[in-house]
Design a protein around this ligand. Structure first.
Ligand code: PXP
Length: 237
């Protein structure tokens, strides 16, 4: 499996003091240099962490794969078509949430999702829909023309180590296998850490895991390069 490192919280720390430290671009470079296959950033509507200039600067880093998470809005579609990240992941977004809560309801807005995805795919961007492990959402994501889904592992992470773990894990695995049977490629992410990430190897053919908070949190104690290296070892086959 490949590792995408979400560096949003480097920007959260930077913005806390309104200055330039810690530098997001340096963080992206370090992650890439120690083997992260993608740099993932979420450009939120309220720009609470990553800013437009960060996305554009990361895009210019040589040999760096940029995965842009964004809401299904006209503004974000324009930015994606202009910046041309390697991949976009379409996520739901509520202003007041602390982090992305729940997957995108693709089934409930299928026509809009189809229209949103089309120009992105036509411009050569890989499109992924961030959805809950729910068969109807997987089917809807397939109908949008997106090549990927990213399965929301939030519930799995929340119930990891409890008696509900197996049930939520099996629904993730089932959703992944169903998506692959349709021809979708499957990523996963949200709430993954150095412990619960290990079971992702039990899900066949996952392409990439996108992990942010646990890596940036560990980086406070061991440094970013070491934190990414440790996660990469766990994610690699
Ligand atoms: N994938 C998606 C689509 C997300 O929205 C997020 C959070 O921004 C992540 C992965 C990473 O989640 P975490 O920070 O909990 O590792």
């Amino acid at each position: 499996m490949l590792l995408g490192v979400n560096i949003d919280h480097v920007a959260t720390l930077r913005n806390a003091r309104g200055g330039i430290d810690p530098d997001v671009l340096t963080a992206a470079r370090i992650c890439k240099d120690v083997g992260a296959e993608s740099i993932t950033t979420h450009l939120r509507e309220d720009r609470r962490h990553i800013k437009d200039a960060d996305v554009r600067a990361i895009r210019l880093l040589p040999k760096t794969r940029l995965n842009l998470e964004m809401a299904m809005t006209d503004e974000m579609q324009q930015i994606a078509l202009d910046v041309k990240p390697d991949a976009v992941c379409i996520v739901p977004e509520k202003r007041q949430e602390l982090t992305t809560e729940g997957g995108l309801d693709v089934a409930g807005q299928l026509d809009r999702a189809i229209a949103f995805v089309k120009p992105l795919v036509e411009s050569g961007i890989e499109v992924s829909m961030f959805i809950d492990p729910d068969i109807s959402q997987v089917s809807a994501a397939y109908k949008t023309g997106a090549q990927f889904i990213e399965l929301h592992t939030g519930q799995y992470s929340e119930y990891f180590g409890t008696e509900k773990e197996e049930e939520v894990f099996q629904s993730l695995k089932g959703a992944a296998i169903f998506a692959q049977s349709l021809g979708l490629k499957v990523n996963a992410g949200h709430g993954l850490n150095y412990e619960n990430v290990k079971r992702m190897h039990e899900i066949p053919d996952l392409v990439e895991l996108n992990i942010g908070h646990s890596i940036i949190a560990r980086a406070v104690f061991v440094g970013l390069a070491q934190a990414v290296k440790e996660m990469k070892e766990l994610v690699e086959e």
